[in-house]
Design a protein around this ligand. Structure first.
Ligand code: DGL
Length: 283
């Protein structure tokens, strides 16, 4: 028997079993996809990586909003049931406006990351690292201080981290040196919690952890986002309820799929050989 939803309508199984749309400026959002795959493995996903226009981190709010709207129009052609803005910069700049325009549940990575940082800190001193856009938007600080007005939040933009990750220099001495330089300021702020506020940074967890030392807890917003996504789907009665699908994951990019796949294959547990390129400008 089909369940009645809160507004008295029959739940539509087709809608529940539709994919979740996830997007990012490029490959970084795959760290969020990886968490969703781990925590809610039954859910189908359509991922879009804007590899032709990456990076978003130094672009203006207007540009990010325009890009995000185009991507959402594309994801809607894939009949997604909910949207995850896996990019911190797009979550910081565009999520609130998009939410008001959209008729689907949507979640970004900033709020879940900020919430958990506020819960984990013991001394109320939290660091946030991210792109220039994310740090200058001040959204992590705003969300944390909203809940905990007496806390102190210290932001630091680390624009070279993302390209270092994309060059696969995860454990390289150059990356370690950049981490030492970028994080010096935060080390002097006596923080006990550091938010990895950019999609790429969870892949630098070990380097960042070594530099900050084991007294600082690193928060990965991707992990919390997957937890909140599961709850969001439940709240909207949109959790997958069908037979396990054979082709659960689809990947789209705006530039050459080969480069995307090379990176994706190092972090995802599933094949990405059917990644397709689309022209996002047309949306
Ligand atoms: N995905 C972006 C973010 O999380 C990082 C890469 C970029 O600058 O586009 O902010």
């Amino acid at each position: 028997m089909q369940a009645l939803s809160e507004n008295g309508r029959l739940d539509a199984p087709a809608e529940r079993n539709a994919p979740i749309g996830v997007f990012d400026s490029g490959v970084g959002g795959l760290t969020v996809v990886r968490e969703i795959m781990r925590q809610i493995p039954e859910e189908p996903i359509v991922y879009f990586g804007d590899t032709a226009r990456v990076p978003y981190g130094g672009k203006s709010r207007e540009t990010i909003l325009r890009y995000s709207r185009q991507i959402i129009r594309f994801l809607k052609t894939q009949h997604v049931k909910a949207i995850v803005v896996a990019c911190n910069t797009a979550s910081a700049f565009a999520l609130e406006e998009i939410r008001q325009e959209l008729d689907l549940p949507i979640i970004g990575v900033v709020l879940p990351g900020a919430r958990v940082a506020g819960e984990v800190t013991k001394n109320g001193r939290i660091g946030v690292i991210g792109t220039k856009g994310t740090i200058h938007s001040g959204l992590y600080r705003e969300v944390i201080l909203n809940e905990h007005p007496t806390y102190e939040v210290f932001g630091k933009a680390c624009p070279l981290f993302a390209p270092l990750v994309e060059e696969h220099l995860l454990d390289d001495s150059v990356t370690f040196e950049m981490a030492r330089r970028y994080l010096k300021e935060l080390q002097e702020c006596d923080i006990d919690t550091l938010v990895l506020g950019c999609t790429h940074y969870p892949l630098l967890r070990s380097t960042i952890g070594q530099v900050m030392g084991d007294k600082v807890t690193l928060v990965n917003p991707a992990y919390e986002t997957a937890i909140e996504l599961r709850q969001l789907l439940r709240d909207h009665r949109l959790s997958f309820a069908g037979e396990p699908l054979r082709e659960k994951y689809q990947f789209f990019v705006s530039d050459d799929p080969a480069t995307f796949r090379e990176f994706a294959d190092t972090i995802l547990p599933c094949p990405t050989d059917r990644t397709r390129q689309i022209c996002i400008d047309g949306f």
